[in-house]
Design a protein around this ligand. Sequence first.
Ligand code: PEP
Length: 251
Amino acid sequence: MRPVLVAGNWKMHTTVKSAVELAASVVRGLEADPRLRVAVCPPFPYLLPVAEVLRGSPVGLGAQNLYPKPEGAFTGEVSPAMLRDCGCQYVIVGHSERRHVLGESDAFINEKVLAGLAAGLTVIFCIGETLAERDAGLTHAVLDRQLTNGLAGVADDAWSRLVIAYEPVWAIGTGRNATPDQAQDAQAFVRRRVAQLASAAVADNLIIQYGGSVKPDNAASLLSQPDVDGALVGGASLKADQFLAIVRAAV
Ligand code: PEP
């Protein structure tokens, strides 16, 4: 049976104080389960204080982005090695806000995926269609393009550190989640496509999260779908009780 990964994407929220308190509340409230993996992804400046809080706990630390170079004259950017140095196990790559607000291309995202994996991080690779693309019947075509381009060149031994988050753009931060059937259809397609890109065994073991307005009241129905192996949670991850309720629904 595949593990379940619930990760909180705190985006550009929290302060040092509230980040530390939120992380501590997640650690305190977590009930152990052998299938369960949990991670939180604070903003860069709060990685170190949150890492201190998470030390020795089952909650993993993730970053929300990286720059795909080991070091150098890249003002304002953060390398995969720096993330490792701060205690990160995970990094989010290809989030729709970076694709659509900050203009990141499939090719640049691919560089980030490869750099994150090469540094030993588990990469949470986000994909998803816009509302116009869904309405035009292009959901599978968009996912296919994002998977094919974004995962080009992933080494055979790196697939086990890849997680895919299916996040329909129209569901992120909107309060409008995909239906369980929509999530299942898209995620089953993703798994079939990964079987072609890598192998059936890789696809079988791949964690595919759903993301997009996951809340305590819709988590159980989304997460009970056979190809939904957890959630990437934005807004609801900023409240420990809501995040923990989603985690409980996942197992
Ligand atoms: C996200 O940031 O990845 C996300 C899914 O946000 P929200 O849960 O707020 O829709």
